[in-house]
Design a protein around this ligand. Structure first.
Ligand code: SF4
Ligand code: FES
Length: 367
């Protein structure tokens, strides 16, 4: 029998901070995991607030800052923020669509000390990339961005979000990553939160497509020379993944308006109180914030998790998924075949497989 995990005020520090510096984005991908209610520009944290947060993060022991969004490059102070994070010895990673990357903007980021760029691609077919992103002529801009990143000598990761419409083009995606000189490629099956959950039936691949995808990944791994990050989608797994490495254990997100979240979709969960960096120090929020303590550890768990020998491996799976699919974030993640609500996953798979040609609902700011 394993020793129960006791949540402690002296929680180990998180490793990474996802800084969602804005929700603004020129693209409107239907698989976006941003919340349905997007934060507007007028509500975004100021430059000075972000810098104070980075100082608090470094003092807390955080090692990496991932600049994300939305599209982080819409913020003109991005080079300033990166330079400041660098001065604190934080590793800086930019997650971008690349549509604003030019020789000049990249030079500014490089001079600020940026360590790494993750460049997202929708597809290898230009027309499909336009259709998915809702942005005209997006592919040439991304290809040019990749070329400039490599020319500047910055390490490059390519991100592809996989769904039923593009997953069969994985061989061409790997070929593109090698051709562009990427050191790593992230093949991320769509995570069904936010806008992606709205579009799930239009996006979820079939089991046959996933089996073929795994064969492609295995062949690329055998070839070597490219770091590959491929995770099978939860919906076809037997046991859930430890979402965010376990709630409140390794990661924290800061929303554009300064709310500190245990994960990017946590705001969907009713009954949680999200502290804001404008009101409390990050350390206090991490250690004692109600939202972080609510699902940290194992004491909150219902059966079958409470008596399961995997409970300190997957931490009961994903709280946001449990909420979205069962209506209660306290339930076992229904991905787990031991969950009494596992049928919700089977129903979603059936629905997605029956409906092959569905229109997308594109991400947009509500009016
Ligand atoms: Fe994980 Fe809970 Fe399923 Fe056990 S019962 S495998 S802890 S989700
Ligand atoms: Fe919120 Fe998984 S996305 S816990």
């Amino acid at each position: 029998m394993t020793t129960p995990y006791i949540p402690s005020a002296a929680e180990a520090p998180p490793m990474s901070l996802l800084a969602e510096v804005t929700h603004r984005c020129p693209l409107s991908c239907p698989y976006c995991s941003n919340p349905l209610e997007l934060v507007r520009k007028s509500q975004e944290l100021s430059t000075e607030s972000w810098k104070r947060v980075f100082k608090e993060a470094a003092d807390l022991g955080i090692l990496q800052v991932h600049f994300s969004g939305g599209e982080p490059m819409v913020r003109p102070d991005l080079p300033d923020l990166i330079a400041y994070a660098q001065s604190l010895n934080l590793y800086t990673n930019l997650i971008t669509s690349g549509v604003f990357l030019t020789r000049d903007t990249l030079k500014t980021l490089d001079e600020a000390g940026l360590d790494h760029v993750q460049l997202s691609f929708q597809d290898v077919i230009p027309e499909e990339a336009d259709r998915l992103s809702g942005f005209s002529n997006v592919q040439p801009r991304k290809l040019e961005a990749a070329r400039l990143i490599r020319e500047a000598g910055l390490p490059l990761t390519l991100n592809f979000v996989l769904h039923k419409g593009n997953i069969e083009r994985m061989p061409a995606m790997f070929a593109l990553a090698r051709k562009l000189g990427a050191i790593r490629v992230e093949m991320a099956n769509t995570q069904y939160y936010g806008w992606a959950l709205r579009n799930r039936a239009a996006l979820l691949p079939s089991l046959a497509q996933l089996d073929a995808a795994q064969d492609v990944v295995n062949a690329e791994l055998a070839r070597g020379g490219l770091a590959i990050d491929y995770v099978t989608p939860d919906y076809y797994a037997d046991r859930p993944k430890p979402c965010m490495g376990g709630w409140g254990r390794r990661f924290l997100n800061i929303s554009p308006s300064g709310k500190v979240l245990p994960c990017h979709a946590a705001e969907t969960i009713p009954g949680l109180t999200f502290d804001n960096v404008e009101e409390k120090p990050l350390k206090e929020i991490w250690e004692n914030g109600q939202a972080f303590r609510r699902f940290r550890g194992t004491e909150w768990m219902p059966e079958p998790c409470a008596s399961c020998d995997r409970k300190e491996i997957d931490w009961g799976g994903c709280r946001c998924q449990a909420l979205a699919l069962t209506g209660d974030a306290c339930n076992t993640d229904p991905v787990c075949s031991l969950s009494p609500r596992h049928n919700t996953i089977l129903d979603a798979i059936r629905e997605a497989n029956e409906k092959t040609e569905l229109p997308f609902i594109y991400r947009h700011f509500s009016t």
